[in-house]
Design a protein around this ligand. Structure first.
Ligand code: NAD
Length: 312
């Protein structure tokens, strides 16, 4: 496993990181025991960055992760969680300073730790940027001074949220983006140089487009259009013809960008962790990757997320 410094932080993070949302049974109903074994497998094999949120499984993922982390020394992993998102409706977002503070204390209790390495504001396109930059981020900076969190960040789907974050001029240590640098969509590329220039660390989540580029396919709640689903089926079939698992190709593609510090993959299956690590050690099949990318060319693989004024 390779490790890289995350932007200007002092965090040396693994190239592959562990996304704990599946511990909240968001993709399928999981066994808690297997979920815990997955976390242990990840850490035992050198994955040191673990990401979660109170939103995943409506606190279940944090609770299961907390049980898994109990037996692991705190200096063996870098832990990020989030605040601001507590459901899928607009009414389930609350980026007020009061709620963020309460949320952090609740997350720490569930996770069984007294600090988070990173706290992200979760999906800021579901709020007014005015509130994010005048209330929420300043609250994160206070929590940082108090030692409850070490670094601050924002997450979101539209690339615009990262542009607005840079425009705000506020200190942001890292960002978490998802589904925007993968075989189906590389829109993140447009903002990478500006983030790098400011020393903002980049964590890229969902290299399989939240399960779309896997043999099992996307979960029911996936926001993809029919057009995107059809193209994904075609891409999976093409890879199968070559005897290559599209999930491996997707991981190798996403991790091949030098300026992306860590790629976050979710699973609640220990065997998948081992497979993912093994894929990382094999070279990307450039020819097949370009054939897959050409299947997605001209297909709208994006969706709206958040308020209309916050879209790209
Ligand atoms: P992902 O692309 O990592 O896909 C997860 C799916 O891939 C699951 O169904 C899993 O079972 C499957 N999978 C993983 N390894 C596999 C393998 N070897 N073989 C077959 N299938 C495999 O998408 P994700 O889980 O949505 O994203 C990863 C993590 O990133 C999340 O858990 C979360 O921590 C973070 N994330 C954050 C945000 C945000 O902040 N807004 C959004 C999305 C994801």
């Amino acid at each position: 496993m390779q490790y890289k410094k995350l932007g200007n932080t002092n965090l040396n993070v693994s190239q592959l990181s562990y996304g704990a949302s599946p511990l909240g049974s968001v993709f399928r109903n999981i066994s808690e025991k297997e979920g815990i074994r997955t976390v242990h497998t990840a850490v035992d094999h050198g994955i040191n960055l673990i990401d979660v949120s109170p939103y995943y499984g409506l606190t279940v993922a944090e609770t299961v992760l907390g049980k898994a982390l109990k037996s692991i020394p705190r200096d063996k992993y870098i832990l990020s969680s989030k605040a601001g998102r507590y459901g899928s409706e607009f009414a389930d977002f609350d980026f007020s300073a009061k709620r963020i503070r309460q949320s952090v204390h609740e997350s720490l209790a569930r996770l069984g730790t007294d600090y988070l390495d990173i706290l992200f504001l979760h999906d800021i396109e579901f709020a007014s940027f005015e509130q994010i930059f005048s209330e929420a981020l300043p609250c994160l900076h206070e929590l940082k001074k108090e030692g409850l969190i070490r670094y601050v960040g924002v997450t979101g789907y539209p690339i615009n949220v990262f542009q607005e974050s840079l425009n705000s001029g506020l200190d942001i240590d890292c960002i978490l983006t998802y589904c925007r640098y993968a075989l189906h969509d590389t829109a993140l590329s447009s903002i990478i140089p500006a983030l790098k220039d400011k020393g903002v660390g980049i964590i890229n989540a969902s290299p399989t487009a939240m399960g779309m580029l896997t043999q099992r396919g996307a979960p029911d709640w996936h926001p993809a259009s029919e057009q995107f689903r059809k193209a994904a089926e075609k891409a999976i079939a093409l890879c199968n013809n070559y005897g290559i698992d599209i999930t491996g190709l997707a991981l190798q593609f996403a991790t091949s960008h030098d300026d992306i510090t860590s790629t976050l993959v979710g699973t609640a299956n220990p065997d998948n962790i081992l497979k993912n690590i093994a894929w990382l050690e094999q070279p990307l099949n450039l020819d097949l990757a370009s054939q897959v990318k050409s299947i997605f060319m001209g297909v709208d693989c994006t969706w709206d997320s958040g308020y209309p004024e916050n879209q790209d």
